[in-house]
Design a protein around this ligand. Structure first.
Ligand code: AHR
Length: 525
C-alpha cells in the first residue's frame, strides 16, 4: 500500500472508531468475564502461529516463487510476499503438502533447476516443474527466520526415501546424501527439526490412503528409521482429517496413538469450516467442533500414555485449519492454476478469532497450528504478477500472533446464549485470554458472535489491581460479506484506541459490539 492508501486506511479506522465506539459502563452488564492470572493453562507456544505452503495452484509458483519478476529477489522469491509474511508473524512453515506430499519424490526437487524433471501431480492434476524443492524451501525459511516443518510422503513413498530425506537435510558427516546437499550449494546441515509422518492418510482422497493399522505400522518404522538418521528430530503423526459420515475419526487416532505412543511428539488434526447455509451465528458455532476434537484427542493421548510415565509427551499439531468452502470446484478461481483461491469476507475474519481462541484455551496440549495456506491458495495474502492485497483474515492473524509466548489463562465466562441448532446452548461470547507476566498485561480476546446484539459485559479481575486505561483492538464492519481486492484492501481494518474505563474496585464494564472481534489489553499494577 502507498502513503495515500495508508492515510486513507488510518482515516477509515478513525471513522469506524468514532461511529462505532461501544458504550462503556452505560448498560447493565449481560455477561461477565473473570480474569485470574494465577489460573494458567499453559504457554501460548509460538508455533500456534504457523502456516503452510503446498505445491497447489498459485501458492508456490506465483505466490512464494515468481522467477524473472521485477518483484522478486535473485532467488526468485517474491519480496512483497516475504514482507507480508514477516508482518503476519508466522513462526513455522509446513511444506510440501497437503495432498501433494503423498505423491512427491523429494529427489526430483534437488540439484540444478534445469535438470529437474517435470512430473504430473496426481493430487491436484497439475504439472509439477520442481523448480522449488528442498533447498529452496529451507532457504526461504532461513531468510524469513521461520522454523521449517517437512511432511514426508507416507502415501506412495517409502521409508527409505524418508530416511534419506532426513540425511540430506541434517547429516554433518561425509555421507552420500550430505555430499549431494553440499554439491547443491549448502555446506552445513539445514537442521530440520520438525517432520510430519504423512498427510491425511485417513482420507480416501489421499494417494496411498491406508487403514489405521497399515498407516501406523508404516509410520512406526519410518519414525525409527528417520530417528536413526537424526535422533533429535520431532515427529508429527498423521491424525484425523476425515470427519465425514461413517468415518471413525476417533478410532483412527486411537490406533495411531497406540502404535506410535513412544515414537511421536505430536498428532495432527485438520479442520476446515464454511458458512454453507449462510447462517452467521451457526457458522461461528464451529468452535464447539474444534474444542471437542481437541479434547477428544487429548483424552486419547492420555489413555495411550497412561502407564508410561517416562514416555515423551505428545501434543496436538492442528496443522491445517481455515475457512474453505467456496473455491471447491467449478468457477474461475477454483480450478486449474487458480484453484482454491478463496476470497475472504468479514465474517471469515471473525472465524480466525474463533479458531485461535480455541487453540489458546487448549494451550497446554495444542502446541502447533498451521493456517492452510500462506498465499493465494485459501490464504491471507493474494498476489497477481503486479502486486498483492491482504485478505480480511490477515489482520486478526497478525494481531493474535503478538501473544506468542504469553501464558494462556483460564477465564470464567458467563454470557447470553443461543441455540445454533438442536444441540446444547452456546455462549454468544467466545473468549480466550493470555498474560504477559513481564509487562503485566492481560490480553482478553472476545468474539461476539451475536449478529444483532451488542453485549455489555462486566470484567472482573482477581489478582493485581486493574489500571483504568486500556488498549482496544477492534475488528468490526457493518457488512458481514465485505471482501477485499487489488487496490481495495482497507475495507476491513482494525480500529485501535486507548480507553479510560470507570473502575468499580477491581472491575469495569465494556460493551462488545455485535459481530465483532475485540482484543482488550489491560495492564495490572
Ligand atoms: O489445504 C488444502 C488441502 O486440504 C490439503 O492439501 C489437504 O491436506 C487438505 O485436505
Amino acid at each position: 500500500m502507498n502513503e495515500a492508501g495508508m492515510l486513507k486506511s488510518a482515516f477509515l479506522c478513525l471513522v469506524v472508531a468514532v461511529v462505532h465506539r461501544p458504550l462503556i459502563g452505560q448498560t447493565a452488564p449481560a455477561a461477565r468475564i473473570k480474569i485470574d492470572t494465577e489460573r494458567v493453562i499453559g504457554e501460548v507456544h509460538p508455533h500456534l502461529f504457523g502456516n503452510f505452503i503446498e505445491h497447489l495452484g498459485r501458492c508456490i509458483y506465483g505466490g512464494v516463487l515468481e522467477e524473472a519478476s521485477p518483484l522478486s529477489d535473485s532467488d526468485g522469491f517474491r519480496k512483497d510476499v516475504m514482507e507480508a509474511v514477516r508482518r503476519l508473524g508466522v513462526t513455522i512453515l509446513r511444506w510440501p503438502g497437503g495432498n501433494f506430499a503423498s505423491g512427491y519424490n523429494w529427489k526430483d526437487g534437488i540439484g540444478p533447476r534445469e535438470l529437474r524433471p517435470v512430473r504430473p501431480d496426481h493430487a491436484w492434476g497439475d504439472l509439477e516443474p520442481n523448480r522449488f524443492g528442498t533447498d529452496e524451501f529451507l532457504l526461504y525459511c532461513e531468510r524469513l527466520g521461520l522454523e521449517p516443518y517437512i511432511c514426508i510422503n507416507a502415501g506412495l513413498g517409502t521409508i527409505e526415501d524418508a530416511r534419506q530425506w532426513v540425511e540430506y537435510c541434517n547429516e554433518s558427516r561425509d555421507t552420500y546424501w550430505a555430499r549431494q546437499r553440499r554439491k547443491n550449494g549448502r555446506h552445513k546441515p539445514w537442521g530440520v527439526k520438525y517432520w510430519g509422518l504423512g498427510n491425511e492418510i485417513d482420507g480416501p482422497w489421499q494417494l496411498g490412503h491406508k487403514s489405521a493399522e497399515d498407516y501406523s505400522k508404516f509410520a512406526l518404522e519410518a519414525a525409527k528409521a528417520m530417528r536413526r538418521a537424526d535422533p533429535s528430530i520431532r515427529l508429527i503423526a498423521s491424525g484425523s482429517s476425515n470427519f465425514g459420515r461413517g468415518a471413525d475419526w476417533i478410532g483412527w487416532n486411537r490406533t495411531v496413538l497406540q502404535y506410535l505412543r513412544t515414537e511421536i511428539d505430536y498428532i495432527s488434526l485438520h479442520t476446515y469450516i464454511g458458512n454453507r447455509d449462510n447462517n452467521f451465528e451457526r457458522f461461528l458455532a464451529a468452535s464447539r467442533d474444534i474444542d471437542e476434537r481437541i479434547e477428544v484427542v487429548e483424552g486419547l493421548i492420555r489413555a495411550a500414555r497412561s502407564g508410561l510415565p517416562g514416555a515423551r509427551p505428545i501434543y496436538i499439531a492442528f496443522d491445517e485449519w481455515n475457512v474453505w468452502y467456496r473455491a471447491v470446484g467449478g468457477s474461475e478461481y477454483e480450478t486449474g492454476r487458480t484453484r482454491l483461491e478463496e476470497i475472504y469476507n468479514f465474517e471469515d475474519a471473525l472465524a480466525m478469532g474463533m479458531f485461535l481462541n480455541s487453540f489458546i484455551r487448549h494451550a497446554h496440549i495444542v502446541k502447533m497450528a498451521n493456517l492452510a495456506q500462506l498465499v493465494n491458495v485459501i490464504a491471507p495474502i493474494f498476489t497477481n504478477p503486479k502486486g498483492l492485497f491482504l485478505q480480511t483474515i490477515y489482520f486478526p492473524l497478525a494481531e493474535y500472533a503478538k501473544q506468542r509466548n504469553n501464558l494462556a489463562l483460564d477465564v470464567l465466562v458467563s454470557s447470553p446464549e443461543y441455540k445454533p441448532d438442536a444441540g446444547r446452548p452456546l455462549k454468544y461470547l467466545d473468549v480466550s485470554a493470555t498474560y504477559n507476566s513481564g509487562s503485566r498485561t492481560v490480553y482478553l480476546n472476545v468474539l461476539n458472535r451475536s449478529e444483532k446484539m451488542d453485549i455489555p459485559t462486566r470484567i472482573v479481575n482477581v489478582e493485581g489491581q486493574l489500571s483504568a486505561s486500556l488498549e482496544v483492538w477492534e475488528l468490526y464492519h457493518t457488512d458481514l460479506k465485505v471482501t477485499h481486492t487489488f487496490g481495495a484492501d482497507d475495507r476491513v481494518r482494525p480500529a485501535t484506541r486507548t480507553v479510560n474505563v470507570a473502575l468499580q474496585g477491581n472491575a469495569f464494564d465494556y460493551t462488545f459490539p455485535k459481530h465483532s472481534l475485540t482484543i482488550l489489553k489491560v495492564t495490572l499494577k
